[in-house]
Ligand binder design. Structure first.
Ligand SMILES: Cc1cc2nc3c(=O)[nH]c(=O)nc-3n(C[C@H](O)[C@H](O)[C@H](O)COP(=O)(O)OP(=O)(O)OC[C@H]3O[C@@H](n4cnc5c(N)ncnc54)[C@H](O)[C@@H]3O)c2cc1C
Length: 376
């Protein structure tokens, strides 16, 4: 029986552990805290699922396949993890990233529509559309209950026979083995899916170039007319803002997506700042003016782990030793399909795309929801 140690029980590590255990691998999953702990990037209350990625079709296609993966997970568990509210992209110009996304969605056969500003306002009551050229509508996009989905995925992995070791893992023998709580774990493959901790574990050794930034998110208390569904999720690429209506009573999420200050996921303070709240309120004022005075009812501080070009890292750094990281703030939605992709690599069925290697990355605009994305 082939064996693997996966370090990190965020959504990437947990999804991979589950996928491998169900296809005949003996899997050990090492996590320093518990799956869904609040320092994880995967422990955000919600994460958006959308297929539009500008002119890129690889991530778009994977997001579309991942949607099916989330649906299968829901069928197995009986839990609603994905709220298919639809998602609206607010396009500020005719020829921007939304237009490029629409062309890719066309080519992939992913349902979508282009709406003029009046039609957008009819579907999204209270929306300020003065500065919009059009809106791109993805009817099958929506909102994932992220923290819950991470816990559920990890539980399914354990049910499938994965051994969970609760310890901080250290590389052993150049990463081919893992020391966890004094125990040396060895396996045919080791996958380090450490999220924002990857540079601490491996940065200097393999030249992992990522920047970890602090991101404050805000949910505002709103009247019931702003519930999701029917209020859709939204992305405003040019303004670097995204969110959704009130889901599960946690308030309407309206958050700035520009990269924050450098951040330590372990010791960083997780109280939101006044400056970040001001930025979120500026989006409210522009896009949802009737909500400008709404109170903050829920907030979180989380971290992005950014590569220069916002492409992920899937790289073999020694025989059988893989780094899986650099999610660049847009990897939650893809997790079930990414697990299939990485499992295929570990099975030897295909090689990773060259774009995921540890080569020097050229600065590029983000693949997430922020057109302000600046290379560090
Ligand atoms: C504010 C914010 C908004 C986002 N919005 C979206 C969105 O709308 N849509 C989307 O698709 N994505 C979004 N993302 C990105 C998404 O959350 C991440 O891509 C995803 O959660 C990454 O998961 P991960 O498993 O790689 O990392 P993590 O969830 O951080 O998990 C890594 C795990 O590894 C463990 N670990 C690290 N080192 C060790 C060690 N040495 N030993 C043992 N355990 C270790 C950590 O404890 C942690 O549990 C957002 C991220 C943020 C911060």
């Amino acid at each position: 029986m082939r064996s693997v140690v996966v370090v990190g029980a965020g959504i990437w590590g947990s999804s991979l552990a589950l996928r491998l255990a169900e296809t005949g691998w003996r899997v050990t999953l090492v996590e320093q805290y518990t799956p869904g702990h609040v320092r994880q990037s995967s422990a955000g209350e919600t994460r958006l699922l959308r297929c539009g990625h500008g002119s890129d079709d690889w991530y778009a296609g994977m997001a579309w396949r991942a949607r099916e993966g989330w649906r299968r997970l829901e069928e197995r568990t009986g839990e609603e993890l994905f709220c298919e509210s639809g998602l609206m992209w607010f396009a500020h110009r005719e020829d921007g990233p939304e237009r490029r996304s629409a062309r890719v969605l066309d080519a992939l056969g992913v349902p979508h529509a282009l709406l003029d500003p009046d039609e957008a306002a009819r579907r999204f009551p209270g929306l300020g559309t003065d500065d919009l050229a059009f809106a791109l509508w993805e009817p099958h996009a929506g909102v994932l209950r992220a923290r819950r989905a991470t816990q559920v995925t990890a539980r399914l992995a354990l049910d499938a026979g994965v051994r969970l070791v609760r310890a901080r893992a250290l590389p052993y023998g150049g990463g081919t083995g893992v020391v966890a709580d004094g125990e040396v774990l060895t396996a045919d493959r080791v996958v380090w899916a450490c999220g924002a901790w990857l540079p601490e574990v491996f940065g200097a050794e393999f030249g992992v170039e990522v920047e970890v930034t602090r991101q404050d998110t805000f949910h505002f208390g709103v009247p019931s007319a702003w519930a999701t569904p029917p209020v859709p999720a939204f992305c405003d690429y040019e303004m670097a803002a995204y969110g959704h209506g009130d889901l599960d009573g946690t308030g309407m999420k309206v958050t700035d997506d520009a990269e924050g200050e450098p951040y330590d996921p372990e010791s960083g303070d997780r109280r939101v700042t006044e400056g970040a709240e001001r930025a979120a309120r500026a989006h409210l004022a522009r896009r949802f003016p009737s909500l400008v005075g709404a109170p903050v009812v829920f907030s979180q501080v989380c971290q992005y782990t950014l590569t220069r070009d916002s492409e992920w890292i899937v790289a073999e750094v020694a025989d059988g030793v893989w780094l899986l990281g650099g999610d660049s703030g847009h990897g939650f939605k893809h997790a079930p399909a990414l697990a299939d992709y990485v499992a295929g690599i570990l099975d030897g069925r295909w090689a990773p795309e060259a774009r995921f290697g540890l080569h020097e990355r050229r600065p590029a605009h983000g693949l997430r929801t922020s057109g302000r994305s600046a290379a560090f």
